[in-house]
Design a protein around this ligand. Structure first.
Ligand code: ZN
Length: 179
């Protein structure tokens, strides 16, 4: 009888306060962050990194409010048109299609490409409900004919979805005078 009461009390006292638990649960929205990592991050911020935590909260809110997609290439930017699309030194006849803004940065860092980009922000994935609209493919087709693009480089990832997306795009652009 006494043992049972003790066990019950022990379970009740093992909870985080509601706000700490809310912070842990919120962190789980990050990719690759499960319950354990979320807990470690939350406790780290509260115990040792309050200054960094405040900065994180401030920049997070500001970027979520102001960062959108470039009207030309769909990469992430806080300006209507990104720096690369505004640059007159880039060759408009050459367009490289990538899956994510990170792929675009990697391509730029590798150097050697002087054209422009189009960022799909993903790949076709019918199971997840990602269709041509979500990737801005109508915008891509419009851009190719309007900017008189002569060569489109499909640099999607070498996955099944990435290759299916590249195939879809090449079919879509088939009627245009582009290689
Ligand atoms: Zn752009």
């Amino acid at each position: 009888m006494i043992n049972l009461t003790f066990k019950k009390q022990k379970t009740i006292s093992m909870k985080f306060s509601p706000l700490v638990q809310e912070l842990i649960d919120s962190l789980k929205c990050l990719p690759g962050v499960g319950a354990k990592s979320a807990q470690r991050m939350a406790l780290h911020l509260l115990e040792r990194e309050r200054e960094g935590g405040f900065r994180l909260a401030e920049v997070l809110e500001r970027s979520l409010e102001h960062v959108g997609q470039c009207q030309e290439c769909r990469t992430l930017t806080e300006e209507p048109v990104c720096g690369l699309c505004r640059s007159e030194r880039r060759d408009s006849a050459l367009l490289c299609v990538v899956e994510t803004p990170a792929d675009q940065i990697a391509m730029e860092q590798a150097g050697g490409f002087s054209g422009r980009y189009f960022v799909l922000t993903g790949h076709l994935s019918p199971i997840d409900g990602v269709g041509p609209d979500a990737l801005g493919l109508d915008l891509l087709a419009e851009k190719v004919s309007r900017d008189q693009v002569q060569e489109v480089i499909l640099a999607t990832n070498p996955t099944v979805e990435g290759e299916a997306t590249a195939h879809y795009i090449s079919e879509m652009l088939q009627h245009l005078p582009v290689t």
